[in-house]
Design a binder for this molecule. Sequence first.
Ligand code: SAM
Length: 247
Amino acid sequence: MGGLVPPAMQRTVATFRRGDLFRIEGEELKHIFARRWKVGQKVEVFWEGRLFLCVLESISKKGAVCRILEEISTRPAEPYVYLYQCVPVEIGKMDFIVEKVSEVGAYQLTPLLSSRSFQNLQALEKRYERWRRIAFSSFKQCGRPIPLEIAPVTHLEDLKCRGGVCMVLDSFGGEIWLSEVNLKDVKEVHLVVGPEGGFSEKEVQLLREKGFLPVRLRPYTLRSETAAVLAVGLVMNFSSPPSPTSS
Ligand code: SAM
């Protein structure tokens, strides 16, 4: 039956490579022991932005060795969803957003500054390493082909509708339900989500002028992080991707 997603294969990150062999040490090795990998098992190994199907050849307390069988395509699932998330005043909520939008399939996340968002740029920049770690751990867990990209902080006024379908999630003035937006054969979706206090009227107007369609989610008002995860998940599941059998 089309549409069934195979379970994600177990993943690790190589410490170094020699020819067609990868060696895994340190924290990753501890994870391998914790997950009870067995010699002969097929696994995925991430190395310098590339992913390889490998077989585990040996394992000891000093390290594990995996032999490359083939390189795996790292083409992300379409459509590419670019999420522009106004940073919640409760900044810790961004951890949840990073992890969950990675799982549901967003391609890129841009932390956005708006009139009611978290404002401290320096504090935000210090969070990047943490967010990249969360995104990476989610990548290992969920089977996506590359980690969620986390783009530099951007001001709402500087956003541009760069083609594809551009939408702003607007719980008040949204003119159309998300379910009514035509996502057929769409390759890119740009999605703006407000902070806890929502957007100002001026901001929604500005985004509208830039080409972002104000859309609503049924049936209630959601927390910012719920809206982000739900919207990305709906777009990924209700757009029309290539048939699973053709990939
Ligand atoms: N009282 C706030 C307001 O002025 O809109 C509610 C903000 S809501 C907690 C945070 C953000 O989540 C909103 O700015 C919007 O982007 C998104 N959101 C929440 N529920 C939504 C819905 N039902 N439809 C569209 N967007 C929604």
